[in-house]
Ligand binder design. Structure first.
Ligand code: MTE
Ligand code: MO
Length: 414
């Protein structure tokens, strides 16, 4: 295991990032970002009949709804824009898949109740089976699972990776034991810990260097307060494809930190040294890379329209319900505005459905009357302190896109 324990052997102080993510966002928005995107036309969705990615579903997710999904590869499967807002909680059969390593099989997993997770960097390190965790505590919470690269498909410099538009995201109800309860059962966190580091035990295909292939992610220690070790997803045992039988859930943090097939959680003084922590998932300017750049941690405020889109068929003139989803990131989403004229004018949308807490998204609706013509429909969410920028923040790998312009939809009303 590559985890560096929070014990006495690791006293070296962490070098603070001299560039906070916020500064980075602000910096690039004024430099490369605006210059490169000011003239970009709104996006048109080309897959009106869901014909994109005609490939079948890979075997390990043959139970999913093919019509709801766009298959980029057998490791990157996206939810159609119009298949996201069907209900507040995204049904498992519609939820996206992002695998860096292959999903573990039933044979590799064995008896689910006997699955083990070790907790380290605490006063009394312990290993728990799922059966033991289930005796420790029980909680359900809703969070957004969203890939760092969601929206990458809108970047013009064609960053490497799945060309996600809006569909590498879902609102999920997780059931499991709060990480805080687990920490308490281990006597508390070691005093010198700075990070919570989670390790997956995905079977690394032969020939790959474990240090390059292992999914191990460090997040700031404070994340443990809201985190969960989950064994159920939307009311069913956590499917293997989503990290069964046990997964780390890090509310408000990007997908990659929600480590699947969880085998170890350690409170550490240093960030993990594996490739997926040090090299990948760093938000760096185009042409630059390195671990000095911010990691994909906190998700920003974001929203998008789920209907109508040109995926949803002919739109007749008259009354139209414009529907979408909005998330606040690490804060509760406060308001959403909708524009039907490409951002020239905005109207306040209404939140609908239950409020499942600050880490869930809210559905919103704006009822309006549209006559025949073409429209560019956009949504703009705010969490009170931050609102969505108009333009994307240009960055090498196309991470963390929350610009409202690229996420708008063009529709034709007849
Ligand atoms: N063990 C493990 N955890 C992982 C991954 C993985 O490949 N292996 N992929 C990560 C990435 S990049 C994302 S976006 C989410 C995707 O979760 P999902 O496939 O359940 O939608 O899981 C994260 N956790
Ligand atoms: Mo991801």
């Amino acid at each position: 295991m590559m985890i560096l324990l929070g014990g006495s052997q690791m006293k070296k102080k962490i070098k603070k990032l001299n560039l906070s993510r916020r500064n980075f966002l602000a910096g690039t928005a004024t430099l490369a970002g605006i210059a490169a995107t000011a003239s970009v036309a709104p996006i048109t969705i080309a897959n009106a009949n869901h014909s994109e990615g005609k490939k079948g579903l890979p075997d390990f997710i043959s139970w999913k709804d093919r019509d709801a999904l766009i298959v980029h590869s057998d490791k990157g499967i996206e939810t159609h824009r119009s298949a996201i807002g069907e209900s507040l909680v995204t049904p498992n059969r519609n939820i996206y898949i992002r695998n860096n390593m292959p999903t573990m099989t039933d044979e590799q997993i064995g008896n689910r109740m006997d699955w083990k997770v070790s907790i380290e960097g605490v006063k009394n390190p312990k290993t728990f089976t799922i059966a033991q965790l289930q005796k420790l505590g029980h909680e359900t919470m809703a969070t957004i699972l969203q890939c760092s690269g969601n929206g990458r498909g809108f970047f013009k410099h064609k960053p490497r990776g799945s060309q996600w538009k809006t569909g590498a995201a879902a609102c999920v109800l997780w059931t499991g034991v709060p990480m805080k309860t687990v920490v308490d059962a281990c006597g508390g966190i070691n005093g010198d810990a700075v990070y919570m580091t989670s390790a997956g035990v995905d079977h690394v295909p032969t020939g790959l260097d474990p240090k390059k292939a292992m999914i191990e992610r460090s997040v700031p220690k404070k994340v443990f307060k809201d985190a969960m070790l989950a064994w159920e997803m939307n009311g069913v045992p956590l499917p293997n494809a989503h990290g069964g039988p046990l997964r780390m859930v890090t509310p408000g943090y990007f997908g990659i930190n929600n480590v699947k097939h969880l085998g170890k959680v350690a409170f550490t003084t240093q960030e993990s040294s594996v490739k997926y922590m040090k090299k990948s998932y760093r938000i760096s300017p185009i042409g630059k890379k390195g671990s000095q750049y911010p990691s994909c941690w906190e998700m920003p405020v974001k929203s998008w329209i789920t209907r109508p889109t040109d995926e949803t068929g002919t739109i007749k003139a008259g009354k139209v319900q414009i529907v979408g989803v909005a998330m606040g990131g690490t804060k509760k989403v406060r308001s959403v505005k909708v524009s039907v004229d490409g951002g020239s004018s905005w109207k306040k949308a209404k939140f609908i459905g239950p409020n499942l807490g600050k880490y869930a998204w809210r559905q919103f609706v704006l009822e309006t009357t549209l006559s025949a013509g073409t429209y560019n429909i956009a949504s703009l969410a705010s969490n009170g302190s931050d609102k969505q920028p108009e333009l994307r923040m240009e960055n090498r790998r196309g991470y963390a896109h929350n610009g409202w312009k690229d996420h708008s939809v063009n529709i034709t009303v007849v």
